[in-house]
Design a protein around this ligand. Structure first.
Ligand code: NDP
Length: 279
């Protein structure tokens, strides 16, 4: 079995660099999909209240027989709950769904900078949660440097991670560099751009040369850049493939060539304007 490297977050918490994401996994299938990932060897699961499948993740963890302490679980605060009291209540809801008394990492899912809620207030609520020990680490998702700067200026805790869209067609290096400068680990969501990069000729050439798939080459590129990733798949063969990244290495020239594929092309919303709040 591959050994997944770990990173140490700015508060000392250790996170596996490779995990399993469950966005768009049907809540009814989440238990089985997560169990399959745990069987393959994944020990890091990325879910969110917005995905509606935290309960399935919790069921899989309990059914796996693996000690809870060996699995790193992240969840995220949904967009309707940015005010302090709502955030505290929503966090309790997340623990209820997971049937766990803690999460390893809890994130603000989106900053919603154009709405009438203020992510600084939300961040202070997450600081309160962290102080109770029920979130071992706290962080943010989809924060741009200006949003992060406000947290640095106006609060006492530097986010442990910023989970943002990163893949070869959106390398997002400006946001990553800001994180690196301030000790914030970047987590790269949609690491294979939901499959959109997989037929790219540059990736295909490298994949043929190293004897791996284009998905594996892309995921390995993220690992060598130092980001945390959690590819999603409900297909057992792909779940195994995405875990098999640690017996080969890309050259510096390969990493540079993949980074040069950047087209600033998002698969998801723009964090500066995204204002979706579920009713
Ligand atoms: P990914 O980039 O992980 O791509 C998932 C898609 O690619 C699925 O359609 C899957 O198909 C397919 N796939 C997976 N592995 C392979 C492979 N080896 N070969 C070919 N196709 C493959 O996209 P996601 O958007 O799911 O991102 C990953 C995770 O990031 C999410 O699950 C979530 O945890 C997180 N995320 C966070 C966001 C945020 O705002 N914070 C936003 C979006 C994602 P199939 O399942 O059918 O096998």
């Amino acid at each position: 079995m591959s050994t997944v490297p770990t990173l140490t977050l700015n508060n000392g918490v250790v996170i596996p660099q490779l995990g399993f994401g469950v966005y768009q996994v049907d809540p009814a299938e989440t238990k089985d999909a997560t169990l399959a990932a745990l069987e393959v060897g994944y020990r890091h699961i990325d879910t969110a209240e917005m995905y509606g499948n935290e309960a399935g993740v919790g069921e899989a963890i309990r059914a796996s027989g693996i000690d809870r302490s060996e699995i790193f679980v992240t969840s995220k605060l949904n967009n309707g709950f940015h005010r302090r009291d709502d955030a505290l209540k929503a966090f309790d809801g997340t623990l209820d769904e997971l049937k766990s008394d803690y999460v390893d990492l809890f994130l603000i899912h989106w900053p919603l900078p154009t709405t009438d809620v203020d992510y600084v207030e939300t961040w202070k609520a997450l600081e309160e949660i962290a102080a109770t020990g029920r979130a071992k680490a706290i962080g943010v998702s989809n924060f741009q440097p200006a949003h992060l700067q406000r947290l640095l200026d106006e609060t006492g805790t530097v986010p442990a991670v910023n989970q943002i869209e990163v893949h070869p067609y959106l390398v997002n290096d400006e946001v990553r560099a800001f994180g690196e400068q301030h000790g914030i680990v970047t987590e790269a969501w949609s690491p294979i751009a939901q499959g959109k990069v997989l037929d790219d000729p540059t990736l295909t050439e490298i994949a043929e040369r190293v004897g791996k798939s284009t998905a594996q080459v892309t995921l390995r590129w993220h690992v060598q850049r130092g980001d945390v990733i959690f590819p999603k798949s409900v297909t057992r063969k792909r779940v195994e493939e995405n875990f098999d990244l640690f017996d080969f290495e890309l050259t510096d020239a390969d990493v540079t060539a993949i980074t040069a594929l950047d087209k600033g092309e998002r698969t998801g919303p723009d964090p500066d304007t995204f204002d979706y709040i579920p009713s």
